[in-house]
Write a protein that binds this ligand. Structure first.
Ligand code: HEC
Length: 150
């Protein structure tokens, strides 16, 4: 009996470890998502929305409301929203300043418009938001990095 319960204990521990390892992770956030033949054009796009406090407040309201972004990306932008927790790869963690430094606004815009194939990030323009609202949210998403990116 002692042997059996010890084996069961080991088995339970193994299952636990395996389950923990299966927790989803972000797919390399520093690798571009825009296809090579479109990236130059995407990078050249300029965000038409100025980063005023009023516009940042609008971006926050859209992120936490109409845009539904918070469901996956989390209210704090860490990629840990209630729906995001079951996604693999997991949603972008916007508090990662290295990610922001690697991306131009136009690349973020491209993903919001076209989605990131093979992930839970689907096209949200025009399904959820307009182009102008996307640019407004991008400014807000940038503010999750507390180092300042520009
Ligand atoms: C259903 C879940 C879900 C929702 C809702 C969602 N996202 Fe995402 N988002 C993801 C996932 C998953 C990724 C990671 C995709 C990847 O790794 O390629 C992601 C990645 C991103 C990225 C990173 C793109 C890059 O270049 O790496 C941006 C920007 C983004 N989302 C913006 C938004 C905005 C803005 C909204 C709301 C309008 C939103 N997302 C709503 C799941 C979601």
């Amino acid at each position: 009996m002692g042997y059996l319960s010890r084996s069961l204990g080991i088995l339970t521990a193994l299952i636990f470890v395996t389950a923990t390892m299966a927790v989803a992770e972000e797919r390399d956030p520093l690798k571009p998502r825009v296809p090579p033949d479109q990236i130059a054009e995407a990078k050249a796009l300029k965000n038409p929305i100025p980063k005023t406090p009023e516009n940042l407040a609008k971006g926050k309201a859209l992120f936490e409301g109409k845009g539904t972004c918070f469901n996956c990306h989390g209210k704090e932008g860490k990629g840990d929203g209630p729906a995001g927790q079951i996604l693999n790869p997991s949603p972008r963690n916007f508090t990662n300043c290295k990610f922001h430094k690697k991306r131009k606004d136009g690349e973020l815009f491209w993903v919001i418009k076209n989605g990131s194939p093979g992930t839970g990030m689907v096209s949200l323009i025009p399904a959820a938001i307009t182009e102008e609202e996307a640019w407004t949210i991008i400014n807000y998403e940038r503010s999750f990095c507390k180092e300042g990116t520009e």
